[in-house]
Ligand binder design. Structure first.
Ligand SMILES: Cc1cc2nc3c(=O)[nH]c(=O)nc-3n(C[C@H](O)[C@H](O)[C@H](O)COP(=O)(O)OP(=O)(O)OC[C@H]3O[C@@H](n4cnc5c(N)ncnc54)[C@H](O)[C@@H]3O)c2cc1C
Length: 365
């Protein structure tokens, strides 16, 4: 029997599995479809919250830990698995400078490079920008990973490390003892599985899984639609953010354009309205994109949570139950630290960051 059952094989579940197996535990990962095909596949892979000063400090603290350690993880995955997650320090250029004072204050607090650019300095930084763009904030340290490759590399790494992976395996219920004070296993369509420790990493579906256990975790799906342009390498090289829309240039020249923020339940369909909105944002930021075709259009469901702060920790009153979910728009950048924090708490290690802000029974007021 494994020491830990993890429910959900997105980036949260896979990074948690990796941390656990590195700590010496035996791990089984249960995924109702295929690993890494939901939000973690759909996302942009920007390794920074957008407008980070708009989030609670806890998000920046968690992101900061991940940013410091991501390059090392991506390099290790590339070396060990032969699959390169394409960690690239492209920098983030924000064409919204209205919040300059807040941004500068945040950058000083978090010791992050942030520069105000205008006029020719801005256009020298990124030559592909539209002529009418006049000012922006430049964060040169921000990096990105390529989500599908990150997912494939993590999967290969977990297989090499002996994590037992069960796909097409949906957990229908978390089973508790008679006094409802500790976990005893999970139920699946193939029958029950015994477990002493269960970690819920079910992304947007996490609250459903925990329904009826006592706490109401405020995790809800938030749809994000994304476009992929088949452009050419060298068209532009910075991640560019403008009025909530972003453009991410990948190494092979493809450009991701995102994203919508829609509260439409568990509906992953794409819409013509979003296609028009994202195309217009793309072309008004980098006009040369009008010459290239849109290759793909998809939607993913972010695990929305109050103010974007994930729930990471033990489930109060139920021994052996843990949650690592609710990373909203930042699960790729936050995933590394949240997995490490969860495993620190589960194994009794000193936590890398203060867990209080992420507790399941925290005060949301
Ligand atoms: C359009 C878009 C753009 C984004 N851009 C970025 C970005 O640039 N940077 C960033 O940091 N973040 C970004 N995000 C957010 C990020 O992708 C998510 O926060 C992150 O992927 C959440 O990971 P997760 O593993 O918790 O959830 P998911 O990836 O959704 O994984 C959850 C998994 O649990 C499985 N599951 C659910 N219920 C069960 C069950 N009962 N039994 C078994 N398995 C189950 C699901 O099938 C799924 O595979 C973006 C998201 C979207 C949609």
């Amino acid at each position: 029997m494994s020491d830990y059952l993890i429910i959900g094989g997105g980036i949260s579940g896979m990074l948690t599995a990796r941390e656990l197996v590195l700590s010496g535990a035996r791990v089984r990962l249960l995924e109702r479809q295929q690993l890494g095909r939901e939000s973690s596949w759909a996302g942009g892979g920007i390794l920074s919250p957008l407008y980070p000063w708009r989030y609670p400090e806890a998000v920046s603290i968690m992101a900061d830990w991940g940013q410091t350690n991501y390059h090392q993880l991506a390099s290790a995955l590339a070396l060990d698995t032969g699959i390169d997650p394409e960690w690239t320090q492209s920098g983030l250029l924000m064409l919204d400078a209205e919040e300059r004072d807040e941004a500068v204050e945040w950058s000083v607090n978090f010791d992050t490079s942030l520069e105000y650019l205008q006029g020719s300095a801005l256009h020298r930084c990124e030559q592909a920008l539209a002529d009418d763009v006049s000012e922006g904030l430049w964060m040169p340290e921000v990096a990105q990973v390529r989500n599908p490759r990150m997912m494939q590399a993590l999967r290969a790494d977990l297989e090499m490390r002996g994590v037992e992976i069960s796909e097409q395996c949906e957990v229908t219920e978390i089973l508790l003892n008679d006094s409802r004070t500790s976990v005893i296993g999970v139920d699946t369509p193939e029958g029950p599985m015994v477990a002493n420790n269960i970690i819920v990493c079910g992304g947007a579906w996490s609250a459903r899984l925990l329904d009826g256990l006592g706490l109401n975790l405020a995790i809800e799906p938030v749809r994000g639609q994304m476009l992929l342009y088949r452009a050419e390498p060298g068209l532009f090289s910075r991640i560019v953010l403008s009025q909530g829309h972003y453009l991410i240039p990948r190494r092979d020249g493809r450009v991701l354009v995102g994203s919508t923020v829609e509260h439409v339940g568990f509906d992953k369909s794409t819409t013509d309205q979003a296609l028009t909105e994202l195309q217009s944002a793309a072309v008004s930021t980098v006009p040369a994109l009008s010459q290239y075709p849109v290759e793909q259009h998809w939607a993913g469901l972010r695990p929305g949570s109050p103010r974007g702060v994930p729930y990471v920790g033990t489930y109060p009153g139920v021994d052996g139950l843990y949650v690592n979910a609710g990373h909203y728009r930042n699960g790729v950048v936050l995933g590394l630290a949240s997995a490490r924090l969860l495993v620190d708490l589960a194994t009794g290690r000193h936590p890398i960051i203060d867990p209080e802000s992420f507790a399941l029974d925290r005060d949301e007021a």
